[in-house]
Design a protein around this ligand. Sequence first.
Ligand code: LLP
Length: 427
Amino acid sequence: AHTVGRDADGVVTVGGISVTQLAEEYGTPAYVLDEADFRDRARAWRTAFGDDADVFYAGKAFLSRAVVRWLHEEGLNLDVCSGGELATALSAGMPAERIAFHGNNKSPEEIERAVRAGVGRIVLDSFQEIVRVAHIAQSLGKRQRVQIRITVGVEAHTHEFIATAHEDQKFGIPLAGGQAAEAVRRALQLDGLEVIGIHSHIGSQIFDMSGFEVAAHRVVGLLKDIRDEHGVELPEIDLGGGLGIAYTSDDDPREPHEIAKALTEIVTRECEAARLATPRISVEPGRAIVGPTAFTLYEVGTVKPLDGLRTYVSVDGGMSDNIRTALYDAEYSVALASRTSDAEPMLVRVVGKHCESGDIVVKDAFLPGDLAPGDLVAVPATGAYCRSMASNYNHVLRPPVVAVRDGAARVIVRRETEEDLLRLDVG
Ligand code: LLP
């Protein structure tokens, strides 16, 4: 978050408010989101791509009604991947035509809602879904704008669970063996569909642009084959999301304008070579917009030095508010936020309160040796895929999201209560 600093007493502040004030008012753990930073990042993507391209924020990274309104105001579109995300987007006033609907197994009910609402595009993920969406649209007397998601066969250099362009996985239709071309052929024949383009998403937390380069090359190759076979030039291509952010100081992310320039150049070059009109490009950044804008504020509960090993620092949250360390071996940093200290740093592992030894928030870090119960610590870059992947494991209550801007804080997602938990338990 870019408005983070320390006040004269050494307390971390964000948007002009100290974390001690935030903890007092909203409790811990809490996700603290810097609204100005979010808007700046959203705007930077929008500006970088200009009017000839579209930016769809990937709602799976983090979605709430306030976020939808910010995106709307900043001129971004929205990618949703479930009925729940669609409902959130529509209820916060995102115009349906600015919504893209994703997913490898959208239910007929979800498809019908999306078509009825008039979403700008549905991204088709399988042969069966091509027929299913066409049928539903036709029965509603509509022609649905669609893209077809293909897998281009790129091995993105990221964790296996978040790489999506190799062929042996559940998303998309493989380019290999002419399957993607066959999918387009079939879709073009169906009255319920208006095929507007091809979609490729190669993975997430990627720093190396070469995967996008190969993907663009192959997508344009498919556009050319479609033109040659059907005389149709599809007007759009979507290159997905996946741009990496800095979780620790080892990561060196690209700026939106560099990414926009690189992607636009690649697509333009490939299209010129294929003698195709350059299609309208769209992208779907999630993490790169929201990830850096929030940190999680925790209170230290116990400090347990293990001789010759490390010190275990237990905080009042854990894998239920950040599963990424356990799931992807993700790396985070941590800082003492409620004060500064000159004490000698000690090697720590920040762990949660869950009944599981894999409940680790920050694997390896250094914190001041005088760290004590009651201290507040902050874990940066938790804006993406933390609240959105949070769970109630051990019946731990999911933390609130507190948005801070210009010296004012407000809750945009409230803390879960025991009543919330018990309300669902109707046995
Ligand atoms: N577009 C599509 C079709 C996607 O599947 C995704 C992410 C995105 C865009 C946005 O990707 P981003 O720009 O946020 O990297 N839970 C994992 C990440 C899963 C990403 C799933 N799809 C994590 O915590 O790292």
